[in-house]
Design a protein around this ligand. Structure first.
Ligand code: GDD
Ligand code: MN
Length: 352
């Protein structure tokens, strides 16, 4: 078995020598190659890599036509000749000594092995609390928006290994930094394992992660939601919700005008009928492929979602009004948040 280690680089000159040395030592007994994909770095990383390839099994790709971390990794996959691919950063934040552990996980049956910061034993060294918060929030957004990766603790790690079949013949089209997320959504795989590691400090040079990278991440999540059909669900859920408004108003009107019921009490059956209307359409349409629980259970969960949404809406409304916000604005905000709460609850629980 041969291992191809793919290392995207941009201005990483001062890290190369130590990186290659430590990889070589860690990979003792393995047949391996390193594929450096450099985007024509101004500091001439490619040149040094080329020189070091006399000492280590390193293949250097100098790209001049394209830029970007994720596309560099994909290029690396194309150039690799191994049966197993490892992806890692050049700046030694990813300890090469972990590579054998990742490869072993594949040998033991995993298709993807992720070096993870967020499983027990894993950690991040010296990050400010806000960088940690941003990282965790970004992961939470990804896991909520893309139920397929819900079980993965660190889908944004840049350090992972996979069997080449996982990406072979698959069209990958990521933007930004999160190539692993793209693979987790589009790749062909069964078992994923996470191996804890410590995301260390950068040895030399600077991080290329910027505010723009985060915007790109959100775009990427949106694109993957579309690809997964999750966006279609969101749209269907919205349309069903609107139909529920008509049902609610219609029955309220009918109860008051034809049956002579009191206006306060008639609201309750009208609301329940709209909930049943929405449930039916969501069950037959929005989530029709996801009926894993018995009907009574889905119906119960759906009501819990409705109640939770209403509660969230009320709490936000009361809180914002208390803080002095305009009550109509506060209500609108509550409605919007409640909508997402209900969608996510139903997507992950009722039809999860
Ligand atoms: N070829 C190429 N082109 N390589 C790039 C580019 C690019 O445009 N941008 C960055 N790289 C290389 C860097 O040289 C480095 O080897 C690696 O990609 C990671 O870049 P950093 O700038 O060090 O990223 P980071 O440390 O902020 O982010 C890392 O950790 C994140 C987790 O917090 C990456 O591994 C991310 O993928 C990961 O999500
Ligand atoms: Mn880094």
């Amino acid at each position: 078995m041969k291992v191809s280690i793919i290392v995207p680089t941009y201005n990483e000159r001062d890290n190369l020598e130590e990186l290659f040395g430590r990889i070589d030592k860690a990979m003792e007994g393995y047949d391996y190659e390193v594929i450096v994909v450099d985007d024509d770095s101004p500091d001439r990383t490619w040149e040094l890599a080329q020189r070091l390839s006399e000492r280590y099994p390193v293949k250097v790709i100098r790209r001049t036509d394209e830029k970007g971390l994720s596309s560099a990794v994909i290029r690396g996959f194309k150039e690799a000749s191994g049966d197993v691919f490892v992806v890692m950063d050049a700046d030694l934040q990813h300890p090469p000594e972990k590579i054998p552990e990742l490869v072993k996980a594949l040998e033991e049956g995993a298709d993807i092995a992720i070096a993870s910061r967020y499983v027990p034993g894993g950690k991040v060294e010296n990050w400010y609390w806000y960088r940690k918060l941003i990282s965790k929030a970004a992961i939470m957004i990804g896991r909520l928006a893309l139920p397929k990766i819900r079980g993965v603790k660190d889908p944004m790690s840049g350090f992972f290994a996979l069997k080449k079949e996982v990406v072979e013949g698959i069209e990958l089209n990521p933007i930004g930094f999160k190539i692993l997320m793209e693979i987790l959504i589009k790749g062909r795989y069964g078992k994923v394992v996470e191996v804890p590691f410590t995301f260390g400090l950068r040895k030399a040079g600077e991080s290329k992660l910027s505010g723009k990278t985060m915007i790109k991440y959100l775009k990427h999540v949106y694109r993957l939601m579309r690809w997964e059909g999750e966006l279609d669900r969101l749209i269907k859920f919205t349309l069903v919700g609107l139909s529920g408004v008509l049902v609610n108003e219609g029955f309220l009107w009918a109860f008051v005008n034809f049956l002579g019921w009191g206006k306060i009490l008639a609201n309750i059956p009208a609301t329940e009928l709209s909930i049943l209307n929405n449930f039916t359409w969501n069950d037959l349409w929005t989530f029709k492929d996801l009926k894993r629980k018995p009907l009574w259970r889905r119906l119960l969960d759906y009501h819990i979602a409705a109640l939770t949404g209403a509660f969230v809406q009320w709490v936000l409304y009361a809180g914002l009004v208390y803080l002095g916000l305009n009550y109509l604005g506060a209500n609108l905000f509550g409605i919007v948040v409640s909508f997402f709460v209900r969608f996510l609850f139903n997507r992950h629980v009722t039809w999860g």
